[in-house]
Each structure stands twice: as structure tokens, then as C-alpha cells.
Design a protein around this ligand. Structure first.
Ligand SMILES: *Cc1c(COP(=O)(O)O)cnc(C)c1O
Length: 394
């Protein structure tokens, strides 16, 4: 068994931990206790399971991409997280954390968002449970993502503009942290991926594990697959959809492949490939792989897909990389765009640009994957990206 991580200090090997201001330590410790007790409580699982079924639409299907399989000479299966409510896997996490918030007796939730996907998933569950919701967002992102801002407002959330720094995601994280320090008695902060100080990387992984757990059941004796699976592929931004599908497979004989954003190319330094081209450091409360310059300053990430445009990655992936439990690769913006078009034309599925990265790796490696059963975790749908792709194609 490789699984009982993190340890009591929130460490995955040498990665992870809890690097946070003193003022937040009590809240982080309480959160750890609260999640531990909820996760051991069958009533919590019943309640969460019911909402995942009736509100989120789980289990999401596994679909055999027949035309593309024939074209590529392999057996390509898609785990359809794009069919989850709000269009991606993010709601698996926000639903669990919102129920936990109610259990902790807190009436208010805050979150930060870059492109707005995590903000929408958070606003959605707050509306469902009748909770107050504030979402921090950089003014630059507010301009770029007007439709998601309006969605959050329709759902009853307050979007708070952040003007400090570069006025993007990193600054929104700082503002949300500042809010939390002064409101921690009645407020929970929902982080959107397997990043941040302990207990977040652990808690978010536990909530996203449902993806891989479903997949194991769905492929068991299924006619979709020749064998349960040879390779599982997922894109890696913060790392939550990939950990969610990888984790239940850790003790199985399956190759796990995480695909990062190579942006304009690794050599240009304009990319989001923290594991493939970064180095260890401390970012947002955890020791992990990150993009940094020679002085240890965080470097700006770049990806065509906002969800992969992050200079760090969850600490468990850093551990997987060093322990050889998963393999990490990268694909460029233009490869992802090709995959976006091909999946749309061939299978009637417009994928999120994030998810298109995972498809792109399969296209590139088709020869070495010949005859194998390859499962791609299709983390989200591409409706949100259509305008952007249209603009790029002139
Ligand atoms: C946010 C997002 C991602 C990246 O986040 P992870 O935590 O790495 O999963 C990937 N795909 C979609 C569709 C997203 O919205």
C-alpha cells in the first residue's frame, strides 16, 4: 500500500506541510479536525452522495471515443467530468467543502478565482445551501471573464474586485487570505485545487477521489475496455482532477500520466509546467514544485487555458514525481488547440482547453500507445473557451 499520506504534519514525503501565518494556524487545525470527523461520519457521506447524484449528476459516464480510437489505433475512453453540473470537476470539491462549512456552523464562504470556474462552482453550492458567498477576483480577470462574473452574481454571490499587484489570481489569493484572517470565526475559505497549506491538499484530494473510484467500478468487467485500463491521462493545473482520478489507481498496474501546460514552449519560459520544468520551493503554504527565478521569486506562468496558468502544483504530485508513481509531461498551446478542434470534429465533444492538453498528449503518443486502453479524464467542457478560440482563429 502506498496510500496513507499525508502524514500527521500534512507531508507527502518532503513536500506539503503547513506554511501559514500564526493567525491562521488555529483555523487550519480546526478545519483538519472538522474534516477528519466529517469524513469518518456515514451521515456526511450519505448527504454528500445524495447531492452528488441528484444535483451534480454523478456518476459521470465513461464514453468510448470510437471514431478517434479507430483513427489512432487504440482504445480511447473518456471519463466525462465535462458533464458534471457547472461543466467541470470543480464542483466535487466545492460541494464537499460547503457541506463541511455548514457542519462547522459557519454561515459564510469565501473563495478566489482566476478565470471564474472555481468562483462559479463555489457560488453554485452557496446558492444551493443558502450561504453567504464572496469571491475575490483580480480586476484584470473581471474584465476578461465578464460572463462568469455575471453568472456568480446571478447565483447571489458578491464578486470583490482586487486591484493590488498584477490584479490577477495570485493577488486574489492574498486578498482572500486577508479576509479569512479577520473573519475566520464565521467564514470558511474554499480553495479550488489540491494546493495550499495542510489540510487542503488532503481534503480536496479526498473529495475528488470520487472520479477514480467511479472509474474503477465502471471499468470492472465493462465491455468498453479490453482490460480495466493501461494508461490514465489527466491535465495538471493545481492538480485536483488528476489526483482525483490517479489516487484510487495507485496500487494498480496502470500507468498514470499528468499533462502540464508547455504554453509557448518550455524553452521560452512562458509556460505552466511546474513539475516538468520547475524546482522545489514554498508556494501558497506548501512545499512543492514551482516556477521560480534564481532568487527564488515566483515566476509568472503562461498557458492558453486559464485553469493551467498557475506557477505551482499540489504537493502530492511533487511526491508522485520524485517517487516515480506518475509520469509528468507537457504539451504546448498549439498542440492543445489542435486537440480541441479534433475532439470537437470527431466525437461531438467540445472539451475545455485544459482537458484538450490531455487529449493532445494521446495524439502525440498514439504510436507508442497502439492497442492500449487509454482513459483520459475529460475535466471540463469547452463552452467557456469558444469565444477565445474563435478570436485566435480570426
Ligand atoms: C480548473 C480546471 C483545471 C485545472 O485544475 P486542476 O486542479 O489541475 O484539476 C482543469 N480542467 C478544468 C476544466 C478546470 O476548470
Amino acid at each position: 500500500m502506498t496510500t496513507p499520506l499525508p502524514d500527521g504534519q500534512g507531508r507527502f514525503g518532503e513536500f506539503g506541510g503547513r506554511y501559514a501565518p500564526e493567525t491562521l494556524m488555529p483555523a487550519l487545525l480546526k478545519l483538519e479536525d472538522a474534516f477528519q470527523s466529517a469524513w469518518a461520519d456515514p451521515t456526511f457521506h450519505e448527504e454528500l452522495g445524495e447531492l452528488l447524484r441528484t444535483f451534480v449528476g454523478r456518476p459521470t459516464p465513461v464514453y468510448r471515443a470510437d471514431r478517434l480510437s479507430t483513427q489512432l489505433g487504440l482504445n480511447l475512453l473518456l471519463k466525462r467530468e465535462d458533464l458534471a453540473h457547472t461543466g467541470a470537476h470543480k464542483i466535487n470539491n466545492t460541494m464537499g467543502q460547503a457541506l463541511l462549512t455548514r457542519r462547522m456552523g459557519k454561515p459564510r464562504i469565501i473563495a478566489e478565482t482566476g478565470a471564474g470556474q472555481h468562483g462559479v462552482a463555489t457560488a453554485t453550492v452557496c446558492s444551493l445551501l443558502g450561504m453567504e458567498c464572496a469571491v475575490y477576483m483580480g480586476v484584470k480577470d473581471i474584465e476578461r471573464q465578464a460572463l462568469n462574473v455575471y453568472r456568480m452574481e446571478l447565483l447571489g454571490a458578491k464578486v470583490i474586485p482586487v486591484t493590488s499587484g498584477a490584479a490577477t489570481l495570485k493577488d486574489a489569493v492574498s486578498e482572500a487570505m486577508r479576509d479569512w484572517v479577520s473573519t475566520v470565526e464565521d467564514t470558511h475559505y474554499i480553495i479550488g485545487s489540491v494546493v495550499g497549506p495542510h489540510p487542503y491538499p488532503w481534503m480536496v484530494r479526498e473529495l475528488q477521489k470520487v472520479i477514480g473510484e467511479e472509474l474503477i467500478v465502471q471499468l470492472d468487467g465493462s465491455s468498453l475496455a479490453r482490460t480495466p485500463a493501461d494508461v490514465i491521462v489527466a491535465c495538471v493545473g493545481g492538480g485536483s482532477n488528476s489526483i482525483g482520478v490517479f489516487h484510487p489507481y495507485l496500487d494498480e498496474d496502470v500507468e498514470l500520466v499528468g499533462v502540464e501546460a508547455a504554453g509557448h514552449g518550455l524553452e521560452t519560459k512562458e509556460h505552466g509546467a511546474s513539475l516538468v520544468a520547475g524546482s522545489p520551493g514554498v508556494l501558497h503554504g506548501a512545499e512543492t514544485y514551482m516556477l521560480q527565478d534564481d532568487e527564488g521569486q515566483v515566476r509568472e506562468a503562461h498557458s492558453i487555458s486559464a485553469g493551467l496558468d498557475y506557477p505551482g502544483v499540489g504537493p502530492e504530485h511533487a511526491y508522485f514525481k520524485e517517487a516515480g508513481l506518475a509520469r509528468y509531461v507537457s504539451v504546448t498551446d498549439s498542440e492543445a488547440l489542435e486537440a480541441f478542434a479534433l475532439l470537437s470534429e470527431t466525437e461531438g465533444i467540445i472539451p475545455a482547453l485544459e482537458s484538450a492538453h490531455a487529449i493532445a498528449w494521446v495524439l502525440r503518443e498514439a504510436e507508442s500507445l497502439a492497442g492500449k486502453t487509454v482513459v483520459v479524464n475529460l475535466s471540463g467542457r469547452g463552452d467557456k473557451d469558444v469565444d477565445q478560440v474563435k478570436a485566435l482563429n480570426g
